[in-house]
Design a protein around this ligand. Structure first.
Ligand code: AP5
Length: 187
């Protein structure tokens, strides 16, 4: 199964991806995690990406696509994947189409997790206290939400045209949201 998770920052993409991959035995591919890995390894790419991420802007399409391509070419991704954080704009969605068609595969689902902005701001404020992620400050979160509205929301329309979008209410407990996702997979 090949799934793309869409949703605002803090909507629960990473949380739900972890539950899906556990059940389905497929890898969780998060471009945010790949970028944070490059920062932790202090690679040239990571150092350049850090400034952009700390401002809540998007890292260049080419850099992220390059990382994604490497990851999708690893053997464990052959049986499926949950993609979290990519595509982030329509250009990335088009790039992903090309990449998947080169590999002769297609997406099965684009799951859009809907959570209202007040709830995501509250969740991220809590995570900021617990984990100290450097892009979780109030000012940066507001910019991430703006970038989401302007650049990432149109991605859902891109997949609506392919008739693979399912919208999930992302409020309630983590288990409740997961049950809603499971119900989508049953159809
Ligand atoms: P990324 O790492 O993708 O962050 P994000 O999209 O902003 O998402 P978050 O990780 O904040 O939220 P989430 O939806 O995964 O929610 P989570 O499960 O963590 O990207 C970071 C940056 O990297 C970007 O700003 C950009 O600079 C760069 N980047 C990444 N991909 C890129 C790309 N493709 N192109 C260009 N740049 C890119 O949950 C959030 C919190 O809420 C957690 O604490 C969780 O425990 C809690 N929570 C989850 N579910 C619930 C629930 N049901 N009830 C209560 N709390 C909950």
């Amino acid at each position: 199964m090949r799934i793309v998770l869409l949703g605002a920052p803090g909507s629960g993409k990473g949380t739900q991806a972890k539950l899906i991959v556990k059940e389905r035995q497929i890898p969780h591919i998060s471009t945010g995690d790949l970028l944070r890995g490059a920062i932790a390894d202090q690679t040239e790419l990571g150092l350049a990406a850090k400034k952009v991420m700390d401002a809540g802007e998007l890292v260049s399409d080419e850099i992220v696509l390059g990382m994604l391509k490497d990851r999708l070419n690893q053997p464990d991704a052959a049986k499926g994947f949950v993609l979290d954080g990519f595509p982030r704009n329509v250009r990335q969605a088009e790039m992903l189409e090309e990449l998947l068609s080169e590999l002769d595969i297609q997406l099965d689902h684009a799951l859009l997790i809907q959570v209202n902005p007040d709830e995501v701001v509250a969740r991220i404020a809590k995570r900021a206290q617990e984990e100290g992620r450097t892009d979780d400050t109030e000012e940066v979160v507001r910019n991430r939400l703006e970038v989401y509205r302007e650049q990432t929301e149109p991605v859902a329309d891109f997949y609506r045209k392919q008739d693979i979008v399912s919208e999930i209410h992302g409020t309630g407990s983590i288990e409740e949201v997961h049950d809603r996702i499971q119900a989508v997979f049953r159809f």
